[in-house]
Design a protein around this ligand. Structure first.
Ligand SMILES: CC(C)(COP(=O)(O)OP(=O)(O)OC[C@H]1O[C@@H](n2cnc3c(N)ncnc32)[C@H](O)[C@@H]1OP(=O)(O)O)[C@@H](O)C(=O)NCCC(=O)NCCS
Length: 190
């Protein structure tokens, strides 16, 4: 399996990964990717390819940390998806590591995501609030707003994470009930 930068020719393969891995949420995710691309806010897309087939995808897009000193350019990792038939074989872990490397190579100090601490906590990610960072919405459970600290991170980089417009227009920030309540219950039961 190879991880590489996405190319125009990957569009159908990437759409298939998102449709199969995110099911009912796929249309919104494909829409937000298109909008981020159009505004120049899509920083990086990586595909996992196996025997010519796109089996996984991850995107990094631009956001800000609203620190006291200044706005800091940061990245948001979303979506991360692997074809259901290929899940559990390391593609997700490899895409996550490659995205972290791509962010590091861009000298970005912080990368954020919304996701299950069960998957991300032992892959180098931490709770954003533990580093003085507020989530963009109270509808992202605190434990689900996670951050990857990179070498250019400095201790003054605290404040609120701010998403660009596209995520809000499509109502793709955090969760709404009943999903939110279910995730909060699952997190508190851990
Ligand atoms: C989460 C996901 C990207 C992992 O990809 P993968 O290739 O199966 O991952 P790997 O084989 O590298 O690692 C398997 C890990 O994924 C976990 N996993 C499998 N399905 C998962 C899911 N739906 N949600 C969270 N974690 C999941 C396994 O428990 C295992 O965790 P562990 O190694 O910490 O015990 C993939 O399951 C997926 O596409 N899920 C649907 C879309 C999604 O929920 N994306 C994440 C949004 S935050």
């Amino acid at each position: 399996m190879q991880i590489r930068a996405e190319q125009d020719a990957d569009a159908a393969g990437v759409a298939r990964v998102i449709e199969e891995s995110f099911e009912d949420d796929a249309a919104g995710i494909l829409d937000v990717l298109g909008r981020l691309r159009a505004t120049g806010d899509l920083h990086h897309g990586l595909v996992a390819q196996d025997e010519g087939e796109v089996v996984g995808y991850v995107a990094l897009s631009r956001a800000w940390l609203d620190a006291r000193e200044r706005l800091v350019d940061v990245l948001v990792l979303s979506p991360l998806g692997v074809l259901p038939a290929r899940q559990g074989s390391g593609a997700g872990t490899a895409l996550l590591a490659a995205a972290g490397e791509a962010a590091r190579a861009s000298d970005v100090p912080l990368v954020f995501l919304e996701g299950s601490p069960r998957f991300y906590a032992h892959r180098g990610w931490a709770r954003a609030s533990e580093h003085g960072i507020e989530r963009p919405s109270l509808r992202i459970p605190d434990a689900a707003c996670q951050v990857l600290l990179l070498p250019t991170h400095e201790s003054w980089m605290t404040g609120r994470l701010v998403y660009p417009d596209a995520w809000w227009r499509l109502d793709l920030v955090g969760l709404r009930d009943p999903d939110l309540a279910a995730v909060e219950e699952a997190l508190s039961a851990r």
